[in-house]
Design a protein around this ligand. Structure first.
Ligand code: NAP
Length: 268
């Protein structure tokens, strides 16, 4: 077995995107800690990877929407100095509109997609920085920029992931923390069944295989990208979107309301 490149902790590693990250990061020389709720599926992923790569793979069952379980995983991130990569991948979505969805389910979605990701990032980052750096890969979604596509709370939770990643990179990017946010489009995983529509119902030209999605995301990581949108054919479109955001940024705060909002006393 070759020397390890450090341990990668991957959430949501029992299936789909997380399981493929586990495979690819092990092939790149990382030992792994795999987190999800379903122990049997985690064990199956771990066994397959150990057989193929000889890497050490630890399984950690936790429901990251439950405070006690989440704290346990945070503790691992704080105490295990071998962890050099955190992949915040666990998440779920929905396709129903606000009136057709249950607010408690929406709250669980926020807890998993946003709160757990935040707490795990907080648990990992200070120690990683003190050891000279580390890598955080946050799995967002294209709905972060187009929340109209699916359930609004799902879109909002992924917009949170993008905004937090932007801020993290701004604060710590030059101090040794590597941050990548991945915005997958439709990817063929269990996600769709759980969200309320089988992936087969989508136009197949929209749907990427999970292997292609993760390999593209890792190619983006290798290229030093901050935002990776695996299906975006023309990266300049994203650059133009960022340029528009930057152009806004110097104009958003001022001591006076903009002229178009000033009313004469007669119209007040
Ligand atoms: P998936 O196959 O359903 O995987 C979701 C993973 O999260 C599973 O390993 C699941 O394992 C785990 N998980 C779910 N709830 C959890 C909880 N409460 N605590 C701990 N782990 C939990 O779907 P996927 O497509 O790979 O999704 C991975 C990420 O990609 C999600 O953040 C999703 O929003 C994002 N994404 C997916 C697509 C897509 O089209 N598939 C597109 C854009 C973004 P257990 O059930 O064993 O806990």
């Amino acid at each position: 077995m070759s020397a390890t490149s450090g341990t990668a902790l991957i959430t949501g590693a029992s299936s789909g995107i997380g399981a493929v990250y586990a495979d690819r990061l092990a092939r790149r020389g990382h030992d792994l800690i795999l987190v999800a709720r379903n122990r049997e599926r985690l064990n199956a992923v771990a066994e397959r990877i150990t057989t193929r790569t000889g890497r050490s793979v630890e399984v950690l069952t936790a429901d990251l929407a439950q405070a006690e379980d989440l704290r346990r995983v945070e503790q691992v991130l704080r105490s295990n100095a071998d962890i050099s990569v955190l992949v915040n991948n666990a998440g779920f979505g929905a396709v129903a509109t606000l009136v057709d969805s249950d607010v408690d389910a929406m709250e669980s979605m926020i807890t998993l997609n946003a709160t757990a990701l935040t707490r795990l990032t907080y648990a990992f980052t200070p120690g990683a920085m003190s050891r000279g750096g580390g890598t955080v890969i946050n799995i967002g979604s294209i709905v972060a920029v187009v929340p109209e596509l699916l359930n609004g709370v799902y879109g909002a939770s992924k917009a949170f992931v993008l905004a937090l990643s932007q801020s993290l990179r701004h604060e710590l990017g030059e101090k040794g923390l590597r941050v990548q946010v991945v915005l997958p489009g439709a990817t063929a995983t269990d996600f769709w069944e759980i969200a309320g529509t089988p992936v087969e119902n989508l136009p197949q030209e929209w749907v990427m295989t999970v292997d292609d999605m993760v390999d593209a995301a890792l190619a983006g990581l290798d290229d030093g990208e901050f935002v990776t949108i695996p299906a975006l054919p023309d990266a300049e479109l994203w650059d133009a979107y960022q340029a528009a955001r930057q152009a806004l940024s110097g104009n958003l705060s001022g001591s006076q309301p903009a002229a178009r909002y000033r009313r004469t006393s007669a119209t007040r």
